[in-house]
Design a protein around this ligand. Structure first.
Ligand code: NAP
Length: 214
């Protein structure tokens, strides 16, 4: 990875009781990697499949048919990889994914929100000065980098169960890929206002046990 300045800024272990689950089949657990078409998300999916042969992975992306890296993985792991369509800016696709996972697996043991945007040609550029800041860029970065991941957690939360799933780990784990520039305390350089602010917002989307109705 060319630049490893990313961090699991908002990992929270969420432990609470649950009813028996349908996922006993997967002793290595059921993992969801959201934003797995390429980059770090794709690598997470790959390593989860390669290193945990008793677990299954659900990988989501905006365009499954065009996600060549995921299609290659699906060929290698047809039984243990499911690919679902999910666009963070379309909440109905998040809801549909949650419904599909519930019906097929019954629970989730790991959720990784890996998607994120910094730069999109002709749409979103990392700002180098304040006068390059545009409302549209701020809103888009916020929608994809902060709003989308928290909606994913919201819709997946009923599935984040422990106990009765048959796996060894006794907690469900949620990990959001933030960025070091999202740290308010570490902001010495300025710039990248849309990305920086949206990742700071994501850092506040920490999940605590008390956020759940149990
Ligand atoms: N790479 C680094 O050095 C670095 C440093 C700090 C933080 N990070 C963070 O780490 C995460 C992964 O970075 P990366 O380098 O792997 O990024 P990347 O290669 O640019 O991949 C970004 C992923 O986000 C997905 N995505 C974008 N918009 C989406 C939307 N509306 N709905 C669903 N998915 C969407 C992309 O899907 P499509 O293929 O459909 O576009 C792609 O899978 C990001 O959150 C990033 O901010 C990375």
């Amino acid at each position: 990875m060319a630049n490893s300045l990313f961090a699991f800024r908002s990992i929270r272990k969420v432990a609470f009781t649950s009813s028996a689950s349908a996922s006993v089949k997967w002793k290595g657990g059921v993992s969801l990697v959201q934003g797995a078409s390429r980059g770090i998300g794709l690598e997470f999916a790959k390593q989860l499949l390669e290193k945990n042969d008793k677990g299954c992975v659900i990988a989501t992306c905006r365009n499954p048919n065009g996600a060549t890296g995921l299609l290659d993985l699906k060929n290698r792991f047809p039984e243990r990889l499911d690919v679902l369509q999910l666009d963070l800016t379309v909440e109905s696709t998040i809801e549909a994914s949650a419904k599909s996972i519930k019906e097929k697996y019954g629970c989730l043991n790991l959720l990784i929100n890996a998607s994120g945007i910094l730069s999109i040609p002709n749409v979103l550029q990392p700002e180098t000065t304040l006068n390059k800041v545009e409302k549209s860029s701020l809103m888009l970065a916020y929608e994809v980098n902060a709003v989308g991941p928290i909606l994913v957690i919201k819709h997946m939360s009923p599935l984040l169960k422990v106990g009765g799933t048959g796996i060894e780990r006794d907690v469900a784990v949620v990990a959001n890929l933030s960025a070091r520039v999202g740290s308010i305390g570490d902001n010495r350089l300025g710039g990248w206002h849309s990305y920086r602010a949206s990742k700071a917002a994501l850092n506040q989307c920490k999940i605590l046990a008390m956020d759940f109705e149990v």
